[in-house]
Design a protein around this ligand. Structure first.
Ligand code: HXC
Ligand code: NAP
Length: 293
């Protein structure tokens, strides 16, 4: 049987208009889970700002917000660059006003055996996922601390922040940093009225998954029966959790990371399954040489 299906797309636990007058910035909000999160804020009255690198992703995000009738600003931004983030915030403030909510959703990831990973591959994922998340959070906080206004930050993480993630050493380490950062920043910025929480999706397939992540997913044949919930997550389930964390009904929730994964990350088995190396799981041959770069 497994966990029941959630309500249909368009339903909401929060009152209509919960985010009326609010600007919500979602990094990477033009694709996948970021778009789903942006959509739930839009349904509840928010104006939406979407920041990412690729024009086609920004256009897709804008089209989704247009369909929902939400005011929307899209800005080109590489979250590895603090100056690019500051410029994006300037542009958003000019078009919509200062974001009260920041969802740090943008991240980078691809499966690779750790021994094969180049220095640049490691740096790229850590730079986007960990450094980029911090730079965006800092930009929002600086502006609100200077203005004396309250704000809410939601950092999207991953459950291998706690467990480690074979085949994803770079992303797992970066997400562990993201989770830790939630706890630090919530304490540092609470006195200024800034809430900081984490939000962890479980397996939530969507049409925008990169080829690398999709190919990894394709290695699991029966997606639903591999989950304790007996089903994968629906992207709106993450969107609802994000809107709750940034809503007035969660004002005293800060420094918390909420996992929305049907208990998959706590999964253990009665007997130990056979160990299969990452190389074998990825269908890679034996490691050759010491590797460079
Ligand atoms: C090994 C790889 C690689 C791969 C890239 N690299 N893909 N190494 N296996 N599949 C290496 C490159 O060879 C290069 O190293 C370095 O990484 C940087 O690559 P670039 O293409 O120059 O980087 P860039 O253009 O900045 O693009 C970043 C990117 C790309 C991460 C590589 O995939 C991207 O833009 N991703 C954004 C979206 C994304 O990743 N979404 C997934 C989120 S899902 P060298 O040494 O050659 O220079 C997620 C799910 C978590 O996080 C849970 C899953 C279960
Ligand atoms: P996705 O569709 O690939 O989205 C990633 C987004 O990040 C893209 O919109 C991308 O836009 C943006 N981005 C990447 N690098 C950027 C950069 N340097 N600057 C600005 N934007 C950048 O992935 P997703 O599946 O929706 O994942 C969203 C979040 O959920 C991520 O934090 C991910 O780690 C987490 N997560 C997902 C799953 C899952 O099952 N899908 C599971 C666990 C955790 P551009 O390419 O336009 O820059």
């Amino acid at each position: 049987m497994g966990l029941p299906e959630p309500p249909d797309v368009g339903a909401s636990a929060l009152p209509a208009g919960t985010f009326d007058g609010d600007v919500v910035l979602v990094t990477g909000g033009g694709t996948g889970l970021g778009k789903a999160i942006a959509s739930e804020f839009a349904r509840l009255g928010a104006s939406i700002a979407i920041a990412s690198r690729k024009e086609e992703h920004l256009a897709a995000g804008r089209a989704a917000m247009d369909e929902l009738g939400a005011a929307c600003a899209t800005v080109s931004c590489d979250i590895r660059e603090a100056d690019s983030i500051a410029a994006a915030f300037d542009a958003i403030e000019e078009q919509l006003g200062r974001p009260r909510v920041l969802v740090n959703n943008a991240a980078a990831n691809f499966p690779v055996p750790a021994e094969d990973m180049s220095a640049n591959a490691w740096r790229t994922v850590v730079d986007i996922t960990l450094n980029g998340t911090f730079f965006c959070a800092r930009e929002l906080a600086r502006r609100h601390i200077a203005a004396g206004t309250a704000a809410s930050i939601v950092n999207v993480g991953a459950s291998y922040a706690w467990t480690g993630g074979p085949g994803f050493a770079h992303s797992a380490a970066a997400k562990a940093g993201v989770k830790n950062m939630v706890e630090t920043l919530a304490v540092e910025w609470g006195p200024y009225g800034i809430q900081v929480n984490g939000l962890v999706p479980g397996l939530m397939p969507h049409e925008d998954m990169t080829a690398d992540i999709r190919s990894n997913l394709d290695r699991t044949h029966e997606k639903d029966s591999c989950q304790p919930a007996m089903r994968v997550g629906r992207t709106r389930e993450l969107g609802w959790a994000a809107t709750f964390l940034a809503s007035p009904y969660a004002r005293f929730v800060s420094g918390h990371t909420l996992v929305v994964d049907g208990a998959n990350w706590q999964r253990r088995t009665l007997t130990n399954p056979t160990v299969v190396t990452v190389r074998e799981q990825m269908g890679k041959g034996p490691f050759e040489g010491s590797g460079r770069g």
